[in-house]
Write a protein that binds this ligand. Sequence first.
Ligand code: ATP
Length: 385
Amino acid sequence: MKTTFRIALLPGDGIGPDVTAEAVRVLQEVARRTDDLHFEMEEFSIGAGEYLKSAQAAFGGTKRERNSADLAAGSESVVREFLRSGDPLPERVFERMPEFDAILLGAMGLPGVRWPDGTEMAPQLDLRERLDLYSGVRPIYLFHPDDSPLKGRQAGDIDFVLLRESTEGLFSTRKTPRDPAAERTTDTMLITRAGAERVIRAAFRIAAGRRNKVTLIDKANVLPSMAFFRQIFDEVAREFPQAQTDHVYVDAAALYLVQRPEMFDVMVTENMFGDILSDLGAALVGGMGMAPSADIGDKYAVFQPSHGSAPDIAGQGIANPVATILSAAMMLDWLNTPASRHGAAMIQTAVRTVFADPRARTRDLGGSLSTGEMGAAVLAALPEK
Ligand code: ATP
């Protein structure tokens, strides 16, 4: 009997559509080779491109020509009206998301498309907040020694999971309007007991399936919010007596990640620290093209590469699709049926097989494969069943 999963596809901007297409190809091939796995996929437009499209649509009609002329001439009030009429995450799309078993997302944002206060469109952050996806799971794994800037590391030597709290922390006031005339502005590090407890428990549960060590990354020596985070970590740790625990300040964590990443198994931290350290983690194993991620809540989950829309290489067909392909594998794991877990293992095996040959690399890793060629290599390396 086939298990059918409904997947919402949100390819987004820049390299997002290219890398998502490769992950979809791999998923379809996994389904073809597996007796009891089937996907129904539906694509939706969200992101900076969607924002521009919806602004243009709202702004069109009879006034279109005059407004375009005003826009070109830079009439400030017209530009402001235009900017207000777009929506990077249309409500009609958001409302459909709960219908799906999982969401696979490419990348969002374009540098030239910003809100009036200068911040970029980030519908992926809205999705995390509105669907309450509090666990940002970022596995970091070295497939081949050549891909790490660190010396003397073998495949598998770098192997940890960074868990980023994704609904509060230093991102909590990101939508507070800024007074452009003010000479002073603040961002708030929000830590709630409930928010901290749930992500810390998730970290211990992930660790239980690995080497069972959880390291708290904080700045408890300076910030009261972080001292609170640490207090909650120590309380939750008592529920998991089998686990080994550790506390590391975020600045020291940056140092240790480069000097001795082997010390980490599962790291848990607040939103902004996690954002920064996950890029550092990605750099240890070959860069953003190698870093998958999952944003998981109690009901919903979004799977996407850790990278952004990479406007510097968009449209060239050279983006590395492996982070997105590995994110699709995380999705199958999370769907948690025997068939989907088997599918996840098939993708992991295929990526390992491809990366064993140091010639099979995209440009970001010093190779010459295109996005499509890397996707095809993973596809060809999928085990038969
Ligand atoms: P965001 O803030 O949305 O995470 P960003 O602007 O910080 O995005 P990215 O879009 O992640 O950054 O790009 C950072 C760098 O990594 C760029 O030089 C980009 O070309 C590179 N990069 C990102 N993703 C990939 C990929 N899949 N393949 C190759 N290079 C990539």
